[in-house]
Ligand binder design. Sequence first.
Ligand code: BV8
Length: 234
Amino acid sequence: MTQIRNIVILTGAGISAESGIDTFRDAGGLWEQHRVEDVATPEGFARDPELVQRFYDARRKAVQQVAPNRAHEALAQLDRAWEGELLIVTQNVDDLHERAGARRVLHMHGELLSALCSSCDSRHEWREPLSERPACPGCGQPALRPDVVWFGEMPYQMDRIYAAIRRADLFVSIGTSGAVYPAAGFVRDAREFGARTLELNLERSEGSYWFHESRQGRAGELVPAWVEHLLMPS
Ligand code: BV8
């Protein structure tokens, strides 16, 4: 095994499933008879802001009632112990990585517990509903929306993500179906720059083909075992 120094970890809804948060595959289409792709778009928000705000209000409330699981805790332990570079790029909008103690976390699709003002572009930690159209603490306008990246919008901090992928010796994808881009393409970028690639997922995903190694199982089992092995003195 070549010396591993710099690690990029991509996580998806599957890492939060055992905490009781529905994945998109489970929730897709089940939510008020709307496909997530229809409500998680700027067009959907313009069409029916109340419906979209309610979709996110329900998820913002739910995320405050669940706890991190063994997979989040194992990644937090790795983050604390790893002396090389490490970046957890998460597609998830929950705060379970942080609540487990991870620090080097990047939310490429935004965060449920943050509100973005469409009028003054300010961001505010937000734990309450937005469907009541509260005033923006920055400019006073009733223009707050969920601070999440919808389909058709630019994911956050892409330059920082690609810079980390270029330097990675190891790219690990955990709990994602590999259905949404550009996240689903990161494994190919990582391979191109010479990283070893590993997938930990409940089932084979749309991206499994691109990984050097793909292990199937629950994140709560696979991730602690992988971290323990990685931290074992070589
Ligand atoms: C962009 C935030 C330009 C909001 C989300 C045609 C072809 C290719 C691409 C496109 C296309 N048409 C349009 C596009 C672009 C589009 C896209 O990819 N569409 C898809 C539908 C084809 N992408 C975009 O619009 C993105 N922006 O492209 O801008 C650009 C391009 C390049 C560079 C810069 C800019 C923005 C997309 C972001 C959308 N926002 N979330 C919110 O949360 O509401 S997407 C959302 O769904 C997630 O964030 C995640 O990214 C995505 C998929 O979810 P997963 O996390 O993978 O979850 P899923 O349920 O799908 O899978 C769960 C997995 O876990 C499963 O495999 C399951 O087996 C496993 N699992 C379950 N339980 C467990 C488990 N694993 C382990 N243990 C368990 N216990």
